[in-house]
Design a binder for this molecule. Structure first.
Ligand SMILES: Nc1ncnc2c1ncn2[C@@H]1O[C@H](COP(=O)(O)OP(=O)(O)OP(=O)(O)O)[C@@H](O)[C@H]1O
Ligand SMILES: [Mg+2]
Length: 250
């Protein structure tokens, strides 16, 4: 589903031009869940942003094939319509735009670029209620402006409602577990499984801790350090890292 080959990318945001990804290779097949761990500043979010096409991140080498297409030939909205979803480490607030309206526009824009008919108001509301229910999120929250005044954990949960509505093929989830309380962690973990654990889908979880992996069991765990994948293992690698730290293991 996703084949990253020798990817090199620079951060060019805020007037810098700094190489961050330095020859990163990773293959994710349909049906697989991968976790990426690694020290602060290693380039994990940069990887997510580069794949998502965020401005300020420039590809300088390598290639990425997503579902048989050259990912970098696609505009960010085309990547999303093709089934790529990026969950942000820091979800943004959009004052003045109601969450339900935002979600409906996003869902219908993606459907339009795939040549599918728009969801009617009723159809959309049914879908939104189902997905919000899965994440135990009150529909009233979704009537508020996007993320404005949401607690850290509420933002992460709302992002999973968004993922459920958009129903992507590949989800890259950047520290979706950060800021979640103990119950929310379980609810979000079960939500990720319900939405994404399917033979036709795949997930890349960026995380610092084992705890989310207790719910969303990864097939592979990778260590990203210095802009490359320096070690790959099974779920036991996350436990080893938690016990011994990166210096000892990677
Ligand atoms: N907009 C920016 N301007 C300057 N430097 C940046 C910018 N974005 C990222 N960087 C730098 O790129 C490097 C990689 O950052 P990135 O956010 O990818 O790390 P990370 O692995 O996600 O870390 P964390 O675990 O703390 O989230 C860091 O040194 C960071 O300071
Ligand atoms: Mg990060």
């Amino acid at each position: 589903m996703l084949k990253i080959d020798n990817l090199q990318a620079n951060v060019t945001a805020s007037g810098t031009d700094k190489p961050i990804l330095k020859g990163l290779s990773l293959q994710i097949n349909a049906g697989e869940i991968h976790a990426i761990m690694g020290p602060n500043g290693a380039g994990k979010s940069t990887l997510g942003y580069t794949l998502g096409g965020r401005p300020g991140y420039e590809v300088t080498g390598g290639s990425v094939d997503f579902d048989g297409k050259d990912l970098f030939e696609l505009e960010p909205y085309q990547r999303a319509a093709a089934g790529l979803f990026l969950g942000f480490q820091y979800p943004v607030e959009i004052p003045g735009v109601s969450f339900v309206q935002f979600l409906r526009e996003a869902a219908n824009a993606q459907r339009a670029s795939r040549g599918e008919p728009a969801l009617s108001g009723g159809e959309f509301l049914k879908l939104a209620k189902e997905q919000a229910g899965l994440l135990r999120m009150d529909m009233d929250m979704l009537k508020r402006p996007v993320n404005v005044g949401f607690s850290g954990g509420e933002k992460k949960r709302a992002e999973m409602v968004q993922m459920g509505i958009l129903d992507p093929k590949l989800a890259i989830l950047d520290e979706t577990d950060s800021g979640l309380d103990i119950d929310a962690l379980r609810i979000v973990g079960e939500g990720i499984n319900a939405i994404m654990r399917k033979p036709s889908k795949a997930v890349l979880l960026i995380t610092h801790y084992q705890r989310l992996l207790d719910y969303v069991k990864p097939d592979f765990v990778h260590v990203l350090a210095g802009g490359r994948i320096v070690k790959t293992g099974g779920p036991e690698l996350a436990l080893e890292l938690e016990e011994q730290g990166y210096e000892a293991v990677a």
